[in-house]
Design a protein around this ligand. Sequence first.
Ligand code: BG6
Ligand code: MG
Length: 226
Amino acid sequence: MIKKGFIFDLDGVIVDTAKYHFLAWKKLANSIGIDFTEHQNEQLKGVSRIESLKKILKWGDITLSEEDFNRLMADKNTNYLSYIAKMDESEILPDVIKVMQFLIDKKQPMALGSASKNSIEILNKVNLFNQFDAIVDGNAVTKAKPDPEVFLKAAEAIQIKPENCIVFEDSVAGIQAANKANMISIGIGESSVLNEADVVFRDFTEMSLDFLEKLLTTRKSQLKEK
Ligand code: BG6
Ligand code: MG
């Protein structure tokens, strides 16, 4: 059997930090007089901190000095970190551990592929840091998702060819990045939103061990249904 590489996004896939990002961005946007909807939030998922703020300012048609821009980014992160500070293992999303245990039993390498610069702190909080063979996050990349850089670096770090990698992602940008990297893209969330993914599950509780088993032997082109 060919060894596969499994790459997990962090926010919204392993832990529900997407809700904390939403709260922190909403607070920031509202503080500068910009409305912030769930639909806009969807467009920020998977997107780096700097690109997210650029998008928000564009929606509000606001231009800031570099100094103010940097201050707002720092404020957002301080606010976000205050939510993270209270996190523990109970915030690991349902059946993430089931999937990880399956992969450990099958001796399949696992990597993190996240845009976040806070990934190590979060993984430590929820006690998952040691589960990964490699961690590639926002500190290691120069190009934000939908650029495939983060996933290509993760594949390289675990020494698995991109076409033998499988990505779990909750964001549109991340699914696009996985597809550009020629990896199997598994959407975790709404199929209407993640319609570019090869397969979508609402969450990991819907993903059977049979499906995981199938991933070990299936190519992207063959993967059309669960
Ligand atoms: C992604 C999130 O994983 O990381 C985005 O989906 C977030 O919402 C991005 O903006 C950057 O995260 P951080 O923790 O470095 O601000
Ligand atoms: Mg995510």
